[in-house]
Design a protein around this ligand. Structure first.
Ligand code: GDG
Length: 504
């Protein structure tokens, strides 16, 4: 078991996590409801820290609209070992703050897709009100020596709201999605208000150097009288009488958990079953939430292009695309689903032969064993988001893959900085190059595959989710910031193309 952060940063008594949603879900077994803790990487990494310090997680609750909710909630807290505090929002607030400001403005804008934004001023008003509501819950449930760590773009105004309540705790923020370049951020009608609100946090964490650079450029352009100093992973902004630390902390996965899971019987059986039905063809795998930022349509076009340009792929590869339903109440997402399904239909209609259907399309969430089995058995992972904060699927694939798995990765995924030395890097808009990359991956000799995958795995193992929590908490409490290493940036000028380009 790894040592955790809280041993090192002894200055705070309790960690308080604040996020849009609480890390729990409702399960019905034998006609009985139970509240369970989610199993994502963030919860896995934070849960031990929260337990050790008697921590607290604040976020929106599940629907409370069923019998015995309160007692189930109390039991859940006992079982998971830390406290939960729900924030209750009205349906109007959810509509304008979550579906509106977060999903129709910040999500597309921060992924560089400003033409998809709906800059409705009502959304901004409700966003401020909901952040104020969250701040009140935080204020009423925390003490002076708690450390408050706020997650993601739904809650960028919280620190400012807490300051108006004269709260004095240290408060940090981590943005899971990208921060956009200056030209794009400037489109936001409330750009100055939002930037000022962010500068009320004591530590602002981004996924990559790219995002931090964008943020700093926006600060320099929009805010007078700021000085920026320091170098390395964490730097400092001096604004009026405040010092704000700004760092890049690439999130990761529980590498050990994923790699150990591949050894389980459930995963082995499932992986065998998948390949048994596919024969000795190579599997190309895509796994994404239903979202226009994930580049699923462009990826399907690239696969089609590959079948046309490289006819020897016909009958020799199968593209399994798993799409997990997400935000399905939003018409834009329903349309995206229809477009994906039409394109899958077109490709299959055009190329299917008896005994071979080129695209296998799964539109549902699969369980963890099945997911790991797909990672384990697929020869090529095709991960081509148009832009992504990090992209954990890329890291999970590497942790689970056989030693000869190939990763084709978007240059605009946050993960590109760390994985560029082992993956085949592509521009997700460049269908022709992705088609070439697919053929390159398909024909890549075993030895090269192994060298690349080893490199990928070593990096992810070293910088896992526990390293991520630890480095963030350390940055929050360390004065001597020069101890932090300089993290790598993605190198657009000299991307590694072949094994010869890579330092081995
Ligand atoms: C946001 C940022 C950033 C997927 N399908 C299934 C399933 N998954 C799990 C994967 C992975 C997660 O969902 C997806 O994570 P990503 O990082 O790829 O993408 P987002 O959901 O958009 O996450 C992103 C992340 O936050 C963390 O900071 O990397 O950039 O957009 O963990 O395993 N899990 C199960 N069944 C599925 O079918 N059980």
């Amino acid at each position: 078991m790894k040592t955790h952060t809280d041993n090192k940063a002894g200055n705070y008594k309790r960690l308080v996590i604040v996020s849009n949603r609480l890390p729990i879900y409702l399960e019905k077994t034998n006609e009985k409801y139970e509240i369970r803790q989610g199993s994502g990487g963030l919860v896995t990494a934070l849960a031990p820290v929260l337990r050790n310090r008697g921590g607290l997680w604040i976020g929106c609750s599940l629907s409370t609209d069923f019998e015995n909710f309160d007692s189930l909630f109390r039991d859940a807290q006992k079982n998971i070992g830390y406290n939960l505090k729900p924030v209750v929002l009205t349906s109007e607030e959810i509509k304008k703050y979550y579906y509106g400001f977060a999903n129709e403005i910040i999500w597309p804008l921060f992924h560089d897709l400003q033409s998809r934004c709906n800059f409705d001023p009502d959304y901004w008003t409700t966003y401020q009100e909901v952040n104020k509501k969250f701040a009140h819950v935080v204020f009423q449930n925390t003490k002076k020596d708690d450390y408050i760590w706020v997650h993601d773009y739904h809650l960028m105004n919280i620190a400012q709201e807490l300051k108006t309540l004269e709260s004095s705790q240290k408060i940090g923020f981590f943005l899971h999605i990208p921060f956009p370049p200056l030209d794009i951020f400037l489109k936001l009608p409330w750009r100055l208000e939002l930037l000022r609100a962010l500068l009320e946090f004591d530590l602002i964490g981004f996924q990559t150097m790219r995002d931090r650079r964008n943020f700093i450029q926006c600060v320099r352009t929009l805010i007078k009288d700021v000085a920026i100093f320091g170098k390395g992973q964490v730097i400092t902004i001096q604004s009026r009488d405040r010092k704000i630390k700004v760092g890049s902390f690439p999130i990761s996965i529980d590498y050990k958990f994923f790699s150990e899971q591949t050894e389980t019987k459930e995963v082995a059986d499932c992986a065998w079953y998948i390949h048994e039905n596919i024969g000795d063809r190579q599997i190309i795998l895509g796994v994404d939430r239903l979202d226009y930022t994930k580049g699923i349509l462009e990826r399907l076009k690239a696969f089609e292009k590959a079948l046309i340009k490289y006819p020897d792929l016909k009958g020799k590869v199968i593209f399994i695309q798993i799409v997990v339903p997400s935000r399905v109440d939003i018409p834009e997402y329903q349309l995206l689903r229809t477009e994906i399904e039409q394109m899958v239909g077109n490709i299959n209609g055009r190329f299917t032969k008896y005994g071979w259907v080129p695209v296998q399309y799964i539109f549902r969430s699969i369980n963890r064993y099945e997911l790991i089995a797909h990672y384990r058995t697929a020869e090529i992972a095709l991960i081509t988001p148009l832009k992504d904060g990090m992209n954990l699927v890329a890291k999970e694939y590497c942790a689970c893959s056989k030693e000869n798995g190939v990763v084709i990765l978007s240059e605009f995924a946050g993960a590109s900085a760390q994985l560029q030395k082992g993956a085949i890097m592509v521009n997700p808009y460049d269908v022709e190059t992705i088609a070439d990359a697919l053929y390159h991956g398909y024909t890549m000799p075993k030895q090269e595959r192994q060298i690349r995958m080893k490199k990928l795995r070593q990096g992810i193992k070293r910088h896992d989710i526990f390293w991520w929590v630890e480095s963030y908490i350390q940055a929050a409490f360390t004065e001597k910031l020069y101890n932090f290493p300089v993290l790598e940036d993605y190198d657009f000028a000299t991307p590694a193309k072949s094994l010869n380009d890579m330092e081995t």
